[in-house]
Design a protein around this ligand. Structure first.
Ligand SMILES: [Fe+2]
Length: 371
């Protein structure tokens, strides 16, 4: 047996209150109020399972009390005690839809006990249902957290291998959602854009460090290994549920509009929208961050380059959507004017002006250590 249920009894006749308590007091904890406002004030302090109120009371009627109780304790069960002449009150109460039952006076003690027992059962059932719903929701949230945790672990693994990429992925993710927002992508698409931005290069974990860290141009063989990374990225997230679209976008994030990209040489409309957005976001970040083989070229030249290759390499619509967010002074992407992160990541805290610095420092350290 758990705690005893609390029942609030409201009646302006003290004799009636005593009678109700005598009938119900042995099975339940009863709280007594001699008028509506007093009852409402008790509801503000004590959680009750059931409210039983007389209809006819000076000042505040039973129906009014029950309506107020609905706002304070919506989960409580409500019973109205009425006389034969209270037809309108009954209609009001039933129409308001929130009373469990009305009991006509004079009531029979045994009937009332039974009605109350059923009401308490209904309360317990509802309470149990609510608990199940909450537990289910928590379980779903946990699932979601696990997959987000996995994603962050993956991104961190790449970070450990290749210092600049994690910041790079977060920035690409951020630029991609700006493009998506400016083109009216749906919430689900925005979520997938964010994920694609973070995961697009995850397959670089499989690329040898000698290639990843190479300061100069790659030879054809190295180029071939490097250009396999989108396929590897997609494979690495193969097992994650509900990631069909993310996988597709990740796989095609190096396809060019004219068909000259990789891995499948898709062209034009054949390239999925999100992949086209990530390509532009990726290129913008590559041009505006410092790398060992070249420095950032700045937002103005980067914008010019994007426009120059729009229609060949890039989808012009995607380019204009990004540049709209970049703004005239190039600072549109630094401030807080970024769509919120669906993963709860602090995308806004990355400063593009700092990008690549960590990587360069690590590169210098390795060079000094003679590695
Ligand atoms: Fe890539």
């Amino acid at each position: 047996m758990g705690e005893r249920h609390k029942i609030l009894l409201i009646d302006d006749e003290p004799a009636n209150l005593r009678l109700l308590r005598r009938v119900l007091g042995s099975d339940y904890e009863t709280l007594l109020a001699e008028n509506g406002p007093e009852g409402v004030s008790i509801l503000g302090k004590e959680k009750v399972s059931l409210v039983i109120t007389d209809q006819r009371m000076p000042g505040m009627t039973g129906v009014q009390v029950l309506q107020e109780s609905l706002a304070i304790q919506p989960e409580a069960i409500r019973i109205l005690l009425t006389g034969y002449t209270d037809i309108q009150a009954l209609i009001d109460a039933i129409n308001s839809g929130h009373i469990y039952k009305y009991v006509q006076k004079p009531w029979d003690a045994e009937d009332l006990r039974l009605t109350v027992r059923r009401a308490i059962e209904a309360y317990e059932l509802k309470e149990q249902n609510d608990k199940l719903v909450i537990e289910l929701r928590q379980a779903l949230n946990q699932l979601e957290n696990v997959s987000i945790g996995t994603i962050i672990a993956l991104a961190n693994a790449l970070d450990a291998k290749c210092d600049y990429t994690s910041g790079h992925s977060l920035r690409v993710s951020r630029y991609a959602v700006c493009i998506g927002r400016n083109l009216g992508f749906s919430n689900e698409e925005m979520r997938d854009l964010e994920l694609t931005g973070i995961l697009h290069d995850i397959g670089k974990i499989g690329v040898p460090e000698s290639i990843l860290w190479k300061p100069g141009r790659l030879d054809p063989e190295e180029q071939k290994i490097m250009s396999h990374h989108p396929v590897r990225s997609a494979l690495m997230i193969e097992e994650i549920e509900h990631f069909e679209r993310v996988r597709l976008w990740v796989r095609h994030h190096h396809e060019h509009l004219d068909g000259s990209g990789y891995p499948d040489g898709l062209a034009g409309e054949k390239i999925p929208l999100g992949a086209r957005a990530v390509l532009v976001a990726d290129a913008y970040d590559a041009m505006t961050s410092d790398r060992p083989y070249r420095k950032s070229i700045g937002y103005e030249r980067a914008s010019q380059e994007l426009r120059k290759f729009a229609g060949r390499q890039f989808d012009p619509e995607m380019v204009e959507a990004l540049l709209k967010s970049v703004g005239d002074n190039g600072e549109g992407l630094i401030g807080g004017n970024i769509p919120p992160s669906f993963l709860g990541l602090t995308l806004g805290s990355i400063d593009p002006l700092q990008s690549g610095k960590q990587y360069l420092a690590e590169s210098a350290r390795k060079a000094q250590a003679g590695q």
